[in-house]
Design a protein around this ligand. Structure first.
Ligand SMILES: [Zn+2]
Length: 493
């Protein structure tokens, strides 16, 4: 089995924000989960570095576009490091290899007669790099950015996207999992009832882009460049990775670019004769106290790099994964993060490890006793449900079930009162708790990788895969190694 997951590539005209981090985090959990299942995984992320907006931002910073993207792209790489993102490749659309592939696909479609030269005039938002129809505007402004659009007219190549309308509808009808959640699939189906226009796929008014291979006065439209990263990232057309991993299993994206990732991307692939990705998966936006989508222009940005400095990164990961129902919009606040850190990570999970290790040290000389797994406690682990939630992209529910099991373990301690027991009864309780912690550690690997490693190390167990999530694998006699507490409680004023 293979699993290929991508995030959208980030547009580095500005600084990384929490939305970028959240998307990478969710993709990271899925990539790690599939590795945990024993599958061969490829996880791609990166930066989308062309277009007029980059040119403008570079100029404002007194840099060439290339210097500017070199500097900006590095920040997104750093974000991956600080957030412990396990991507297999970080692609940049200014890489020569990507440019070659983007040109190759343009040329291929052109030679099939699917691209023609025409003239474009319309209302253009430079932030979206998108032309809008009058009726799509909100109060005469860009519906996403609320910015004035420019009237633009230029010679442009057009891709005959309009003729793919019925094919796209048929594809959507036949493939239930092509867009997830379901409501988003309906949304695209409804939008396809209207006229589907041909797509302008080149610009000649600026030059920061992939040169159109048949006319060097033009550069490829930024989406006709960026979307192609998903195949250039696995070395289309002849690379081993392309053969092994394409079609992508999941394109994880925000809801604002769903149209681009379905209608535009799919019709490009159809025209180029490339298989379509299996699922376009849409996550929600993160709101802050103002109740609006985080945006730099509105001044509600939370710096994800600072967040990673200020808190244990696993506490941040935990908060976002647990707090926000996957696929829906969520709410970020530091108070709520601190509350989950204190109540769930420190009090439930950290405390469970700490209590168990203390008892093993006190009663068993720091060695896990041999014993029998308590069947009542074992039954509290809902492994099949956890797997199902992950399959359905319900990350928050899967993590909830794992933490629910940790809670059951604490209740088990309270009920059994090991400090009142001795001999075999005591040994069975401590053995059961060690086994439970081992399985919790394994299951947390995709979500909280550093914490999982600490748990496993402290109870003398090894990292492992899903098949190790059954009870009875500890033999007894393993030395525990009590380390620093997992999560510090955070005091608030
Ligand atoms: Zn816009």
């Amino acid at each position: 089995m293979k699993f290929y997951i991508t995030t959208a590539i980030d547009y580095p005209s500005g600084e990384p924000h929490l939305g970028h981090a959240y998307e990478k985090l969710c993709a990271d959990v899925m990539a790690r989960w599939h590795r945990f299942l024993g599958e061969e995984v490829f996880f791609l992320t990166g930066t989308d570095e062309h277009g007029q907006k980059i040119m403008k931002a570079a100029k404002k910073n007194g840099l060439s576009p290339q210097e500017f993207v070199n500097k900006q792209s590095e920040k997104f790489r750093e974000l991956c490091l600080k957030w412990n993102i396990s991507n297999d490749r970080f692609i940049r659309t200014t890489e020569e290899q990507h440019i070659r592939v983007a040109q190759n696909i343009f040329k291929k479609i052109y030679e099939k007669g699917e691209i023609y030269l025409g003239k474009y005039s319309g209302l253009y938002c430079t932030d979206c790099e998108t032309f809008y129809l009058e009726k799509d505007l909100k109060d005469g402004k860009c519906p996403i950015h609320g910015k004035e659009c420019e009237q633009l007219s230029e010679e442009s190549y057009f891709f005959k996207m309009g003729k793919y309308k019925q094919k796209l509808i048929d594809y959507l009808e036949k493939n239930e999992k092509s867009i997830y959640p379901k409501g988003k699939r309906t949304e695209i189906k409804n939008r396809l009832r209207e006229e589907l226009r041909d797509l302008s796929v080149s610009r000649s008014s600026f030059n920061w882009g992939v040169p159109v291979p048949i006319n060097k006065k033009h550069v490829q439209y930024v989406w006709m460049d960026a979307l192609i990263n998903y195949v250039s990232g696995v070395d289309y057309p002849n690379g081993e990775n392309f053969k092994k991993f394409w079609p992508a299993d999941v394109h994880l994206i925000g809801k604002d670019i769903l149209w681009h990732h379905t209608v535009i991307w799919w019709s490009i692939l159809m025209a180029a004769g490339i298989e379509l990705p299996k699922t376009v998966l849409v996550h929600g936006f993160i709101n802050t106290s103002s109740g609006e989508k985080m945006s730099k222009s509105k001044g509600t940005v939370i710096d994800p790099l600072e967040l990673a400095e200020k808190y244990n990164i696993d506490a941040v990961r935990y908060f976002l994964l647990r707090e926000i129902p996957f696929g829906e919009d969520g709410f970020f606040s530091e108070e709520a993060l601190i509350k989950r850190n204190n109540d769930e990570l420190a009090n439930e999970l950290g405390n469970l490890l700490n209590r168990t290790l203390s008892m093993i040290e006190r009663y068993c000389n720091g060695k896990i006793p041999s014993g029998k797994m308590d069947s009542g406690l074992a039954a509290k682990l809902e492994l099949e449900k956890i797997k199902k939630h992950m399959q359905e992209f319900e990350l928050h529910l899967a993590l909830g079930k794992i933490m629910g099991f940790a809670k059951s373990c604490n209740q088990f301690i309270n009920e059994k009162k090991p400090w009142m027991l001795s001999g075999e009864k005591l040994e069975n309780v401590l053995y059961s708790l060690s086994e439970a912690l081992r399985v919790i550690g394994l299951l947390l690997q995709p979500f909280l990788p550093q914490t999982a490693e600490k748990i496993l190390k402290q109870i003398g167990a090894e990292k492992g895969k899903i098949e190790n999530c059954k009870f009875g694998l500890l033999k007894g006699g393993e030395a525990v190694e009590k380390g620093k507490i997992l999560f510090q409680k955070i005091q608030t004023e």
